[in-house]
Design a protein around this ligand. Structure first.
Ligand SMILES: NC(=O)c1ccc[n+]([C@@H]2O[C@H](COP(=O)([O-])OP(=O)(O)OC[C@H]3O[C@@H](n4cnc5c(N)ncnc54)[C@H](O)[C@@H]3O)[C@@H](O)[C@H]2O)c1
Length: 271
């Protein structure tokens, strides 16, 4: 029987590909033989990332692309189709939080900054919906394709103080199920849409929130650890395998799911 995890001939577009989780995943998938298209906001960072990725193989390219800019998405889509002729997988890694969309430790709900709240909703929700609607046109034409979205542990339950990001990620879970259903009903069982829900990983955005400069945990960091049965944060490599599985033939009957990768955070009552 063939290797169900073989992704050798897949063309994979990754947004947020300069970041920790999506960027690490993109390089891992390229190492497994896929052709990877690195997409992120700034040209210089994309160029640096692609230069590093060229050390893995020639099977990569990259473009600066704001996931909230439809014209930029259309342009990148045309370039990928011109270069590769197809798109097999979209990984929606662009996302993140912003201080004004959360309530500070000494604030209450009325201190929320609506402008920042809207920005976080846009990035995390529309920033996934817009690339999906753009790139899924290739899936329709090919009769096959696969999306992996990034949800979060803030989606299914209330994470204190974090409103905008939680609302957006909860909507990502809903969008994952909706898009999976629509694509399957209209275009068949070769188009699949899933999400992963990482627990707590140290990234560019949350390092200062979770750890002190000397490496010890902040109060918030310690609360997270207390609620994680594995008693540690995730290592970026620990999301690679779940994404690899979701985009491979090993998951050919799997769609509309949100897979926790969280050291047990989501199943733990805290007691
Ligand atoms: N780190 C965690 O603990 C954690 C937990 C749950 C979910 N997530 C989610 O995982 C995904 C990756 O997060 P990360 O921790 O690797 O963060 P990260 O900050 O390292 O990466 C996010 C990337 O998205 C890019 N980006 C931001 N706005 C963009 C835009 N408008 N267009 C294109 N690119 C844009 C950034 O430049 C950055 O490279 C995000 O969706 C995040 O919400 C992270």
């Amino acid at each position: 029987m063939k290797n169900l995890f073989d992704i050798n001939d897949k063309v994979i577009a990754v947004t947020g590909a300069v970041g920790v989780l999506a960027g690490g995943t993109a390089k891992y998938l390229q190492q497994q033989g896929a052709f990877v298209v690195y997409l992120d906001l700034f040209q210089d960072k994309v160029d640096e990332t692609v230069a590093d990725a060229k050390a893995i193989s020639d099977k990569c390219c990259g473009f600066a692309c704001n996931v909230l800019d439809q014209a930029a998405l259309d342009e990148v889509y045309d370039k990928i189709m011109a270069t590769c002729g197809r798109i097999d997988v979209l990984i929606n890694g662009a996302g993140g939080n912003m201080p004004g969309a959360t309530i500070g430790p000494d604030q209450d709900v009325f201190d929320l900054k609506m402008e920042d709240y809207s920005k976080v909703l846009d990035l995390n929700l529309k920033g996934t919906v817009m690339p999906t609607m753009t790139f899924a046109k290739a899936f329709k034409a090919q009769g096959s394709g696969c999306v992996v979205n990034f949800s979060s542990m803030s989606a299914p339950q209330a994470l204190t103080r974090v409103l905008g990001y939680s609302n957006a990620k909860a909507a990502i879970d809903n969008f994952t199920r909706w898009m999976a259903t629509e694509m399957a009903l209209k275009y068949g069982d070769k188009i699949r849409v899933n999400a992963i829900a990482p627990g707590f990983f140290i990234s560019h955005q949350n390092r200062a929130l979770l750890t002190n400069e000397d490496g010890s945990f902040t109060e918030r960091g310690q609360q997270v650890i207390n609620n994680t049965p594995f008693r540690r944060f995730g290592e970026q490599e620990e999301v690679y395998g779940t994404i690899h599985y979701l985009i491979s033939d090993a998951a050919s009957f799997v769609t509309g799911t949100v897979a926790p990768v969280d050291g047990g955070f989501s199943c733990f009552s805290g007691v």
